[in-house]
Design a protein around this ligand. Structure first.
Ligand code: PXP
Length: 284
């Protein structure tokens, strides 16, 4: 049903519901906001596998279990140093999963070649430094717009949905829109770290940046995703933002899966996100 609607995010009803343009009835209609998709990142299943250089645990098997339990898509990051996901994992994910594959990568010539050959549903361009433990900050699209523009254009031309992993910074968001990337993913790491460390003022400031950044991005016509460091609590809270339509979550879920299983973790995360969406619709 939602495919009959086109989002017009700049208009908001009194009940905090977005107004949508109905392509069928050709008028604005008030409906509840779009569902929030869960993309499960399976990188750290591969981290565990690589610790013993064997074949298990298999990230593709994890992806299949996550989908069975309700994941809307699978995310994997092919890093230049191949520290977790490998080329063969990406090829198998594309061949074996029934839901969209989100291919995270640095915007290098080599990665562009591999992603164009893999033809995933989506590519998320991220910054990458070899010495970092994880993706530590957002992509500097303001500083690197000349270098990024050709990659974004090639991926757009190939029909691959491009997203840019950036901080909720107005300058970065405006440049992402100018670069014609259809999607941004807001880096939630600083907010999640502040929440986890109990730094209340910093957490509040980071949260407000995410709230404002999401609104700005939607009003610039961008689809808005979010990810990095999310757990059940932060995922539930961010699900209350109507502009955000996809969360990509990995590390916390793979850790939880050690104790309760991946299927149960996906279902619990889904329930947390649904509770957050219920707050948004004023139904909780
Ligand atoms: N989104 C992007 C773009 C990422 O780079 C990562 C980390 O690989 C994630 C989401 C998931 O972060 P986490 O593993 O902390 O949940």
């Amino acid at each position: 049903m939602l495919s009959s609607f086109e989002m017009r995010p700049s208009r908001r009803s009194l009940r905090n519901e977005d107004l949508f343009y109905c392509k069928v009835c050709r008028k604005m209609a008030m409906v509840t906001p779009p569902p929030l998709r869960l993309g499960v990142n399976v990188d750290h299943v591969a981290t565990l596998r690589n610790a013993r250089a064997g074949m298990s645990p298999d990230p593709v098997r994890a992806a299949l279990v996550a989908i069975e339990a309700g994941a809307d898509g699978i995310t994997a990051h092919l890093r230049e140093d191949r520290r977790h996901i490998r080329d063969q994992d990406m090829a198998r994910l594309k061949a074996e999963i029934s839901k969209p594959l989100n291919f995270e990568m640095a915007a290098t010539a080599d990665m562009l070649r591999i992603s164009l050959a893999t033809k995933p549903h989506a590519v998320c361009l991220v910054p990458e430094r070899r010495e970092e433990l994880t993706t530590e900050g957002g992509l500097d699209v303001v500083g690197q717009h000349n270098a990024l523009a050709p990659s974004i254009a090639k991926l757009n031309d190939a029909g691959i949905r491009v997203s840019l992993f950036i901080a909720a910074d107005p300058r970065q968001i405006e440049m992402a829109a100018r670069l014609r990337a259809p999607v941004i993913e807001i880096h939630t790491g600083a907010w999640c770290d502040a929440v986890a460390d109990g730094h209340v003022d910093k957490a509040e400031a980071e949260w407000l940046r995410i709230v404002d950044g999401s609104k700005l991005a939607r009003s610039a016509g961008l689809e808005v995703h979010a990810g990095h460091g999310l757990d059940y609590v932060t995922a539930e809270k961010i699900a209350s933002l109507p502009e955000i339509v996809e969360l990509n979550i990995g590390y916390y879920m793979i850790g939880e899966a050690l104790f309760v299983g991946l299927g149960e973790t996906v279902r619990t995360m889904r329930a947390a996100m649904d509770r957050g969406r219920e707050h948004l619709a004023g139904r909780a």
